[in-house]
Design a protein around this ligand. Structure first.
Ligand code: PLP
Length: 656
């Protein structure tokens, strides 16, 4: 194997006997693994987007970010690539179409996009527009989502709307009336109360509705959301209840209305065996109900199709051990097989794939504001000379000095132990009052310098002793980044979701630093210290040395699903700017739409400040200070100008 294919973290400078290349960066950041052809590096060392995976059509991300900056749109910014979304939708359709042909399946396939995955109007409208060709529909899980979708589907009532989640009387009445309006709308029964309401309103308005039922499968789901299915799941009916449901419908002569059987295995199902088990069980429920006289036409396999966030193609939580083609193939094959066994007509297969549809199309870009290094106070000669000249320092300082002097590959673990012990003893003496503050500072300096030496030696060794594996992490830099984790990457904070993070430029340069990222909220949880890795989770990210005053941009990829509406206003950092980028036939990128991020005035309004009064109040305060000679007029004007521009400005840090 070549050095390039074995790279996992950047080697220290000098170990590679050749200049760093973009190939090395592609390998280091595993871009081919998670990028699925949508992302690559160009000859300038910039991250590029191939919106339809064609290598000849690309958008240079760094060029986009610089172009936006010229237009007054500074980072952080969320870039949405509509062409990626269109491509994903086509891929989903094509995979199922191919599986249908290969398996001689006689039913069709339709996706319904669950809008909870990203409800932003622009995203839903694009999914709806790009899905038109394939008759894709929409799925809703709440009353407000239904209201949004009723408006969106006004010009194409034949597009399917699937209603999951809890529904009350008025919700169901609205669904029944929407059927009268001509909408193709299917309420999915989650409990018996809903069924009774459907029957009541159907009879009242003389409507024969299409009804679905969510089944609690015995096959449990997998991964983080495994409890979305199985007997303990919050939603759906047990099989015994489904039979009671059919009986009740029969009593009202409505058994033909039961047209859809649904399950949801949980999101990000990483193991294909779970998909096979659940579909097999659901298909059997489907055929049994059909045999008992239900008017079934649709089999809805729910969401769950994963995204390979770390590119490892394994059943690790942030990955998936199957491809889209395999997923579609298994579903079609199993449903077809079960129906064939009993001679039941093949249903139209519906999937509610949200994450897999939209995750790829958004990239968050933010700038790095600065960095801090653990060994930022190197042990200069001055200190060593002082140490050697001074004969009456506390013993731990001499012990630390000795550990520092004796770092060799052969004695590396021993040295580390000596340094830790001497550092602990030094702290103990300090706490007892036997060591001065400058002496403690010297001990600290010696300890970190020793760790840095050990780390250097480690990087020359083929394998790190297990005991020292974390040293690199302890010594890694902290990069301060202009974004809020809570607003833009809530799943990173809440559920330890991993996302690929890569500098969007300088990828032809050696990334000499290892770092963890912290955001600009005043919250110690606002950090990222877990990164994707082909085999495990990395605890630091290889990044470039910051060049004084030069911008350094990082991109977080595959963030199109779930992150936007789950984000919150922690520390009053609001929505980032969002920009829709498209690529024209000539290969030129252009800005389709800009949604400006929140201003400070807007976020203060969200938390009930009367933003109209804020400026006048401060202005009065300033006048009082001028009158009482605590401030000059000029000073008051500086403060008021800051306040006014702050209120109307971005909530994130902006360059001068
Ligand atoms: N359908 C239902 C009922 C869901 O609850 C969800 C999300 O949890 C989805 C579809 C979307 O799942 P995914 O994004 O994994 O495709």
């Amino acid at each position: 194997m070549s050095a390039m294919t074995t790279l996992r973290t950047a080697p220290p400078r000098g170990v590679l006997a050749r200049p760093w290349t973009i190939e090395d960066s592609a390998e280091l950041y595993q871009i081919r693994g998670w990028g699925k052809g949508y992302f690559a590096i160009n000859d300038d060392g910039h991250l590029v987007v191939h919106p339809d995976t064609a290598r000849t059509r690309s958008i240079d991300l760094h060029e986009v970010v610089c172009g936006l900056r010229e237009r007054g749109l500074t980072a952080p910014v969320l870039l949405r690539f509509s062409d990626i979304l269109a491509h994903r939708i086509r891929q989903l359709h094509d995979s199922f179409r191919n599986a249908i042909v290969e398996n001689d399946y006689r039913g069709g396939y339709q996706a319904v996009y669950p809008i909870k995955v990203n409800q932003q109007r622009q995203v839903v409208e694009e999914v709806y527009r790009f899905g038109h060709e394939f008759n894709f529909g929409l799925e809703v899980g709440s009353k407000p989502e239904l209201l949004a979708v009723m408006a969106i589907t006004r010009s194409a009532p034949e597009r399917m709307i699937v209603c999951n989640g809890f529904k009350d009387d008025r919700y169901i009445e609205a669904v029944i009336l929407a059927t009268k309006l001509g909408r193709h709308i299917i309420p999915v029964v989650e409990n018996f109360t809903e069924l009774r309401l459907i029957i009541k309103h159907a009879e009242k308005y003389g409507v024969r509705p299409q009804i679905g039922v969510r089944v609690k499968l015995a096959s449990s789901g997998a991964g983080r959301w495994r409890e979305s299915s199985g007997a303990r799941s919050k939603f759906g009916l047990f099989v015994s209840e489904v039979l009671e449901m059919l009986d009740l419908l029969k009593e009202h002569n409505m058994q033909d209305c039961l047209q859809l059987v649904h399950c949801h295995m949980g999101s990000q199902v990483q193991d294909i065996r779970r998909v096979k088990d659940a579909i097999n069980e659901l298909a059997h429920v489907y055929v049994e109900l059909a045999k008992l006289g239900a008017g079934l036409r649709y089999l809805d396999v729910g969401g769950g199709l994963g995204v390979d966030y770390d590119g490892s193609q394994t059943n690790f939580e942030s990955s998936m051990n199957y491809s889209l083609d395999e997923y579609a193939g298994d579903i079609v094959y199993r449903i077809g097989g079960v129906c064939n066994e009993v001679g039941i007509e093949h249903p139209t297969i519906i999937s509610e794939s949200g994450r897999a549809m939209v995750a790829y199309s958004s990239v968050l870009v933010f700038d790095v504001l600065g960095s801090a290094q653990m060994n930022r106070h190197p042990l200069g000669k001055k200190f060593v000379d002082e140490l050697e000249a001074n004969g009456d320092l506390p013993q731990p300082i001499y012990d630390l000095h000795e550990a520092y002097e004796n770092v060799t590959e052969r004695r590396i673990v021993e040295c580390y132990h000596d340094a830790v012990q001497a550092r602990d003893q030094a702290l103990h003496l300090f706490n007892l009052g036997y060591m001065s503050l400058p002496q403690r500072a010297l001990a600290e300096r010696l300890f970190w310098a020793t760790c840095a030496r050990i780390n250097e030696a480690l990087r020359r060794m083929p394998e790190a002793p297990e005991e020292l594996e974390d040293l690199e992490v302890i010594l890694s830099d902290t990069y301060f980044c202009n974004f809020s984790l809570f607003q833009s990457l809530p799943d990173s904070w809440a559920i330890d979701q991993l996302f690929p993070i890569v500098p969007i430029h300088r990828l032809n340069e050696f990334p000499s630093r290892k770092a963890v990222l912290v955001d600009i909220t005043c919250d110690s949880d606002g950090k990222i210290d877990r990164f994707i890795d082909a085999r495990d989770v990395r605890k630091s990210l290889d990044l470039h040395q910051l060049n004084n005053g030069d911008e350094y941009y990082l991109g977080v990829f595959l963030v199109g699903a779930y992150q936007e509406t789950l984000g919150d206003l922690h520390n009053l950092f609001g929505d980032t700017h969002v920009v829709h980028i498209r690529l024209d036939e000539e290969g030129q990128w252009w800005i389709d739409e800009v949604i400006r991020g929140d201003t400070a005035r807007e976020v203060l309004g969200y938390v009930q400040y009367d933003t109209e009064k804020l400026y006048p109040q401060l202005s009065q305060d300033c006048e009082r200070a001028v009158r009482e000679s605590r401030m000059t007029v000029a000073e008051s004007q500086v403060l008021l100008r800051f306040y006014e521009s702050g209120l109307n400005g971005y909530t994130y840090l902006e360059p001068e």
